[in-house]
Design a protein around this ligand. Structure first.
Ligand code: TEU
Length: 543
């Protein structure tokens, strides 16, 4: 008798969860010191539950000199005092779980802070037992084919260390020396870090900068086989002891390279869909669906049990690393007209300013994201249309205090305004008087309320959004017609990417479907004729 066919892997929680990137320093200051903290996160979990968030991602909250906002870790086992204590962190987990929300944290594998004791010991002498925990060289010409990521600041991936007269390797800031993953001690040390926090009850990790773990001569030192081999070791460790926990890869790479991080379903559970993200912005500016279709046509199939994490913006610059030079120059011209809006190969602006503060375009962008395959991840503050401050250095302008009210410090902190880690946004367009949670929670037409209703609608129709995707032809070039097909049936979304009202007869297959009641989406059906407002959408179902 043949073996019974194994059940198709059931739909896993992360394959359609609503994620939310919550920068702790920016979210809520509970003790009035001017920095957001973990007890402040607890204060605001009801807000996240109201929005419909199902999994919170916390960027690094560990001991750090904060030269890279915590992505330069000096102790993986200690919560940064600005954020609180380990007990506070454990309480965040308890309180989030009590509200049906999961929590993943940031795992910065690739490098540490140059103030980490491991590096201080490594650089202390060439014979230090920790020397080989980092990548040292007598010259700065090894791995010569490796690009520099932080182009605006660094001129080399090597920095000379006077004390021991050797160079050390760093793919990011010079204050972030890369760990040497050819050293089994390093491999084991980071596994121990993962186990420590998993035992605290976290639901997994967003794994930072994973393509860069290993270096090999004659390569670009990205996406190497050894990196995948080690990632699979981490996955095996999770599967053995924490089977419901996930690994989400930050692999800002071309589609075929990102695909490799899913392995055969035995590596990362999820990966950010970097190739799609800039093409949504291209399509919105061109008012043409082509860039989105091209991105998805280039998106390889991924194994059962894995999923994309789709996003519009995050705590970094809107990266243009994965578009052509010509596309990049055009994107900069339309979305970053002032050179200071640019950073490295990206744009350091938030979603609302990028879309002209137009709530209809912001909601369209989210409806498009939510109708495509993957689990959407919102960036804190984008749900209320927060602005940015390009006068602040690096990426700080998109990391300003969350705007809870129009009161002191936007309700973020009771500290003196001069003591805030960053100033609140207070310009005429996105300032706290016009953009804050409190006013939007009482205004049924606010962006917050529209996002909340969109998330509820997505959850209501989730069974239709877990299957395959196809794009329907025969529409205006500005109409993105997405068909999702699953065991539950078909869902069709029509999105008008243009500023023009559009009206057209529904083609037969859609004509027989049931329109979803979603009046604020900017579309309506008049007999069998579809009418889409500028930036409007229509949704249809067939069970
Ligand atoms: O970014 C890793 C990375 O590859 C960046 O180039 C990223 O692709 C770019 O900033 C656009 O998103 C991660 C973190 O997200 C970033 O905040 C850190 O500065 C960096 O690693 C170093 O830890």
């Amino acid at each position: 008798m043949s073996e019974p066919r194994p059940e198709a892997p059931s739909h896993r929680w992360y394959q359609s969860a609503i994620f939310y990137e919550l920068y702790v320093r920016a979210f809520r200051d509970s003790n009035g010191d001017g920095h957001g903290d973990l007890r402040g996160v607890i204060e605001k979990l009801d807000y996240l539950q109201e929005l419909g968030v199902e999994c919170i991602w916390l960027p690094p909250i560990y001991q750090s000199p904060l030269f890279d906002d915590g992505y330069d870790i000096s102790d993986y086992y200690v919560i940064h005092p600005d954020y609180g204590t380990e007990a506070d962190f454990e309480q965040v987990i308890v309180e989030a779980h009590a509200r049906g929300m999961r929590v993943i944290t940031d795992l910065v594998l690739n490098h540490t802070s140059d103030q980490h004791p491991w590096f201080l010991e490594s650089r202390s002498s060439r014979t230090s037992p920790k020397r080989d925990w980092y990548v040292w060289s007598d010259t700065d010409v090894r791995y010569i084919d490796t690009r520099i990521i932080f182009l605006d600041v660094e001129t080399s991936n090597w920095t000379y260390d006077e004390a021991t007269e050797q160079y050390y390797w760093h793919r990011f800031y010079t204050s972030q020396p890369d760990l040497n993953y050819d050293n089994p001690e390093v491999q084991d040390a980071m596994k121990a870090v993962m186990q420590y926090w998993l035992e605290k009850g976290i639901d997994g990790f967003r794994v930072d900068a994973v393509p860069y773990l290993y270096e090999r001569e004659g390569t670009n030192c990205e996406n190497l086989t050894e990196t995948h081999d080690y990632s699979k070791q981490l996955r095996t460790m999770l599967d053995d002891r924490w089977p419901d926990a996930i690994m989400l890869a930050e692999a800002n790479q071309p589609p075929a390279d990102v695909r490799e991080y899913f392995g055969d379903g035995d590596e990362f559970h999820m990966a950010f869909h970097f190739p799609l993200m800039p093409r949504i912005f291209m399509a919105l500016e061109l008012e043409e669906v082509r860039p989105i279709l091209e991105a998805l046509e280039r998106t390889p199939a991924i194994p059962d049990g894995t999923g994309w994490c789709t996003f519009l913006r995050n705590h970094d610059e809107l990266t243009l690393e994965m578009v052509t030079e010509e596309e990049r120059q055009w994107m900069w011209s339309v979305y970053a007209p002032e050179p200071r809006m640019r950073l490295n190969l990206g744009i350091r602006r938030r979603l609302a300013p990028l879309l002209g503060g137009n709530p209809r375009r912001i909601m369209l962008a989210n409806r498009i994201l939510f109708s495509l395959p993957g689990s959407p991840i919102l960036y804190y503050g984008d749900e209320i249309g927060m602005g940015d401050d390009i006068d602040l250095p690096d990426r700080h302008g998109v990391r300003t205090p969350m705007q809870w009210s129009d009161g002191l410090n936007a309700g973020f902190s009771e500290a003196h305004p001069a003591d805030l880690y960053l100033p609140v946004i207070n310009d005429d367009t996105f300032g706290i008087a016009r953009v804050n949670v409190a006013s939007q929670q009482t205004d049924s037409d606010s962006l917050f309320q529209q996002m909340k209703r969109l998330i509820a609608l997505v959850k209501q129709h989730r069974p239709y959004l877990t299957g395959s995707v196809a794009f329907l032809n025969g529409f205006d070039p500005s109409v993105l017609a997405v068909r999702r097909t699953s065991e539950a049936g078909d869902l069709v979304a029509l999105h008008n990417l243009s500023a023009r009202p559009l009206a057209f007869d529904l083609p037969a297959p859609i004509g027989g479907m049931t329109p979803i009641d979603y009046p604020e989406s900017g579309g309506r059906l008049e007999s069998s004729r579809a009418e889409l407002d500028p930036y409007g959408s229509l949704f249809f179902l067939r069970s």
